[in-house]
Design a protein around this ligand. Structure first.
Ligand code: WTA
Length: 659
């Protein structure tokens, strides 16, 4: 055994021993003493009067006009802070300028190639107000939609805040999505303007964002103007469409500073963010201003325990809800210093994240279990190359964190001194709903512990009845919360049907959950056809539609297969049309086709060609059996199958192909 393999196996044995003890982790006394919230009474107080609880946080924000009523709840429609007027950009920027935060770093950014930038709150004000004026000049008005398709650069946050300033809703599309995915989102929200970049860096390559934008916009009739940030290429080599495309820097040169913020109603739209559901069509999740901002402000302050001196790093891209709520709005509303890093964790080497923690003395670090599992696999030598002693609090989000990964994070990143907050939430919920409070909660590795104060959750059975402690079922949320989605853009019926019809009057999360005897919540993953691949939501239907879009494919069934790093990997069972032949080349072509249709995150790991799919007598594909086959498990109940021999043949074939 090599030295590092021996070390790794010792580490694993140590972690396994700790897990066997069923250890719990109370907040260290020193952490508890300094925490923003350390009085367990907060749960009771919030439960007694949730409206007063949330209003307390709202009143820490700046409003042009106060609200008249905290909540109006006509299930499933909630309005928060009714009549209140505010602007999100003022709350994230202007109000800090009147304090000592004026020259504090708001965003510390590092590009993948190593370029650096620091923007103070005053710098951010200047950039945001100038860009707000740019947007106005090119015709963006209050109520319009602007799509942002950018790498993780400060300008992405600047564009978001500039939209907020002038009352236009932004819809950020993750830069890893394909031209076609971009087109679908642009058309669904009817964007007037797209803000993009020539390219962004990823593992030393340039992601061709402008090229994808051009391709997408061939069929986007609502888009009138495009703004292009010169990030990664020689500007003279980037084709620009006359009258439509403008360079960011040219427009900014002439733009005046200062821009009066629009006075927005608390319930005015702040943004739309697309996410995958159980059908092929992504859903435009609509978030409004007052409630969302209150929710992200409150949860960031309490869960990440932000202090004036913190250097806070949420590794999510702004293309996801985590980037919206916890890399932009939440921390900036708190006046925090945010670290932003453009690139991959293993570029140029596998210690890049830890090098950044050391270099910027990061104190609060928030990432995803899939990243932690990759770090585990790479080995402890990478974090051990760096001084991580600045860290004081760690967070996890995106999928259930397995206890082994939790322990590894605790020991090798947190130095056994940092509380870990495993935070459960969704694009739809806007902010974290289930989480430890780091100065109060005794954690258990793998459990997101308890609902945030003021949140009423429950685990119910098929009939919607509460399941007693110790049992599992569906996670629902029973009372409205400030950051909840207000609707699905352009599809109000789907909003009602998707979230509020399974169990009338309560919010259906789509997640399975178990509570232990102590009342701790243990999230079990999705109960619908949504996959969670490296913390990204992908619908099986979306991938299936992409596959059958290929001329060779007659039928496809897609499932998530357990994967030790990604959580789930995509496996596709494909029936080819007459005249096409199953071979390696076809397999690669189909994988590439899906990557091109949706984005590289949706590329299937496995494709298995088959002549038939296991179906029930009513014609439904039995995905459960496909999962059993893909994971090499004993087959579950096959009695409802129309033709049981299909499964046996498929299994044999799968085993041969894994060979
Ligand atoms: C999953 C990401 C277990 C869950 C913020 C949810 C989690 C979906 C956790 C939402 C967690 C997120 N533990 N599962 N801590 N956090 N999930 O919309 O299945 O991209 O429904 O939002 O991720 O994914 P989304």
């Amino acid at each position: 055994m090599s030295d590092s393999a021996a070390k790794a196996s010792t580490a694993q044995a140590a972690i396994a021993a700790l897990l066997r003890e069923h250890r719990t982790f109370p907040p260290p006394d020193s952490f508890r003493a300094q925490a923003n919230v350390n009085d367990p009474q907060v749960y009771e107080r919030a439960a007694k009067d949730p409206e007063a609880f949330w209003a307390g946080f709202a009143s820490e924000l700046e409003w042009f006009e106060p609200w008249q009523k905290v909540l109006e709840w006509n299930p499933p429609y909630a309005k928060w802070f009714i009549g209140g007027k505010l602007n999100a950009s003022v709350n994230c920027i202007d109000r800090h300028l009147r304090t000592a935060r004026r020259n504090k770093a708001a965003i510390i950014w590092e590009g993948e190639p190593g370029d650096e930038r620091v923007l103070t709150y005053w710098d951010l004000y200047r950039e945001v107000t100038k860009f707000a004026n740019v947007l106005k000049q090119i015709g963006v008005q209050r109520g319009d939609r602007v799509v942002i398709y950018m790498p993780l650069v400060p300008e992405a946050a600047i564009a978001m805040l500039a939209c907020a300033r002038i009352g236009a809703a932004h819809s950020v599309v993750f830069g890893g999505f394909s031209a076609e995915a971009l087109r679908e989102r642009v058309n669904d929200c009817g964007a007037k303007v797209v803000v993009t970049a020539d390219g962004g860096y990823r593992r030393g390559n340039i992601v061709q964002l402008k090229r994808a934008t051009d391709e997408a916009l061939e069929h986007c009739p609502t888009v009138q103007q495009v703004i292009v940030l010169n990030r990664a290429m020689d500007a003279s080599q980037v084709p620009m469409v006359e009258g439509r495309d403008h360079w960011w820097h040219t427009l900014m040169e002439k733009a005046p500073m200062h821009c009066e913020p629009e006075v927005m109603d608390s319930e005015d739209l702040l943004f739309i963010l697309y996410t995958s559901g159980s059908t092929g069509k992504p859903k435009g999740i609509a978030h409004t201003t007052g409630g969302y901002l209150t929710g992200v402000y409150a949860t960031t302050k309490w869960i990440f325990d932000l202090k004036e001196e913190d250097v806070y790093w949420c590794t999510a891209d702004v293309g996801w809800i985590t980037g919206h709520s916890y890399a932009v709005y939440g921390p900036l509303a708190n006046g925090a210093t945010v670290l932003m890093y453009e690139g991959a964790p293993d570029y140029p080497d596998r210690d890049r994240f830890w090098a950044l923690v050391e270099k910027y003395r990061v104190t609060v670090f928030y990432t995803a279990p899939t990243a932690i599992r990759a770090f585990m696999k790479w080995g402890t030598q990478y974090p051990q190359m760096h001084d991580l002693s600045s860290l004081r609090l760690l967070g996890s989000v995106g999928e259930p964190i397995n206890p082994e990964a939790w322990m590894w994070y605790h020991v090798y990143i947190g130095g056994e001194r940092c509380p870990i907050v495993d935070t459960w939430w969704q694009t739809e919920t806007g902010h974290i709903l289930i989480t430890p409070l780091p100065g109060i909660t005794t954690t258990k590795p793998g459990s997101a512990t308890f609902p945030f104060p003021g949140i009423e959750a429950e685990v119910v059975n098929e009939q919607g009845e509460p399941v007693p402690l110790g049992g599992g079922g569906y996670l629902v949320i029973k009372k409205p919360w400030p950051g909840m989605l207000r609707t699905i853009w352009g599809d109000p019926e789907r909003f009602v049907q998707q979230y509020w019809s399974r169990f009338p009057g309560v919010y259906f999360t789509g997640d399975g959950c178990k509570r232990d005897e102590d009342g701790y919540y243990w999230l079990l993953g999705r109960v619908d056809d949504v996959l969670n691949v490296s913390g990204h939501r992908i619908s099986t239907m979306e991938v299936e539609s992409a596959l059958v879009d290929h001329p060779a494919v007659a039928e496809a069934a897609v499932i998530g297969k357990t994967h030790d790093i990604k959580g789930q990997a995509i496996a596709a069972f494909v029936i080819l049309k007459e005249g096409y032949h199953p071979n390696k080349q076809m397999e690669d072509e189909l994988k590439q086709h899906v990557a091109q249709k949706i984005g590289p995150i949706a590329r299937p790991d496995d494709i298995l060609f088959t002549a038939e799919l296991p179906k029930t007598r009513s014609g439904k594909i039995m995905r459960r059996l496909l999962r059993d086959i893909a994971e090499g498990r004993a087959l579950g109940d096959t009695t409802t199958l129309a033709d049981p021999s299909v499964v046996a043949a498929l299994r044999q074939q799968y085993e041969d192909s894994e060979g």
